[in-house]
Ligand binder design. Structure first.
Ligand SMILES: [Ca+2]
Ligand SMILES: [Ca+2]
Ligand SMILES: [Ca+2]
Length: 250
């Protein structure tokens, strides 16, 4: 009786290891806090290109909800031009999915000029496979802006958080920005670009942006690639079970 129970239990464990998970709501395939190597799902390849400079988060440290705060280093893009040079994440080898979430904490650093100041408007933009999903004008130094969320998306405003001490800075939790949730996407590769733009985008020590805790989530994944360790465990258990059956045969 006990032997039968163990055999049934072993078979259940093996099946759980070998059968792909059913439809899941939200599968993280990429995470980067710029402090350790990025976490990338098995079978997926990730490449960060363009401006990839990292630096300490200074006064941004600790902003954000528990478990998802600015800390250590973040990626800071100080490039100039219109549009300014982008930061691009390219993911390939994606499992079948129906849409994507692009999550990150955003730092709007120093003298973003908005409308009406003579030095703007300054915009922050995100594209997915070249298609705009977010393009909004920000201001920290006077001028009006188009992006006006309150808390909890807005984490800090009107306080100098770092870098150029002449200017206050802003922080946002884009995990909660609807524009970045359920972006229609089904292809096996994905390219996300973040960049600033504007007719008087100055960049450098005058105005820049940064991001931390970048996370890419696929929605509607029906078959999750299994980590190699789980596959090994599954096949190892199968082997053990097979050996047990063979041992009992005369
Ligand atoms: Ca970090
Ligand atoms: Ca500042
Ligand atoms: Ca400007």
């Amino acid at each position: 009786m006990l032997k039968k129970f163990i055999k049934v239990w072993l078979i259940a464990v093996i099946l759980a290891c070998l059968v792909p998970a059913g439809a899941m709501a939200g599968t993280q395939i990429y995470f980067n806090d710029f402090d350790a190597a990025p976490t990338v799902a098995p079978g997926v390849s990730a490449a960060l290109a363009g401006v990839t400079t990292t630096t300490g988060v200074q006064g941004y440290a600790g902003l954000g909800p528990s478990g998802n705060q600015f800390g250590g280093n973040f990626l800071r893009n100080t490039s100039t031009g219109n549009p300014a040079s982008s930061t691009t994440l390219t993911l390939t080898g994606l499992p079948a999915h129906t849409s994507v979430n692009v999550n990150f904490l955003l730092g709007i650093i120093d003298s973003w000029d908005g409308y009406g100041s003579g030095f703007g408007p300054d915009a922050f933009n995100v594209t997915v496979d070249g298609v705009s999903v977010f393009s909004q004008v920000f201001a920290t130094a006077g001028g009006s802006m188009t992006y006006l969320p309150g808390s909890p998306v807005l984490l800090s405003s009107g306080t100098h958080l770092g870098f150029n001490g002449s200017w206050t800075d802003k922080a946002y939790n884009m995990y909660l920005e609807p524009a970045f949730q359920n972006i229609a996407h089904t292809g096996s590769s994905l390219a996300i670009s973040w960049f600033a733009s504007g007719p008087v985008w100055q960049g450098g020590v005058d105005e820049s942006w940064a991001m931390d805790n970048v996370q890419v989530v696929l929605n509607g994944v029906t078959a999750v690639p299994l980590p190699p360790s789980v596959m090994l465990l599954g096949s190892g258990l199968l082997g053990l079970l097979g050996a047990g059956w063979r041992l009992r045969k005369p």
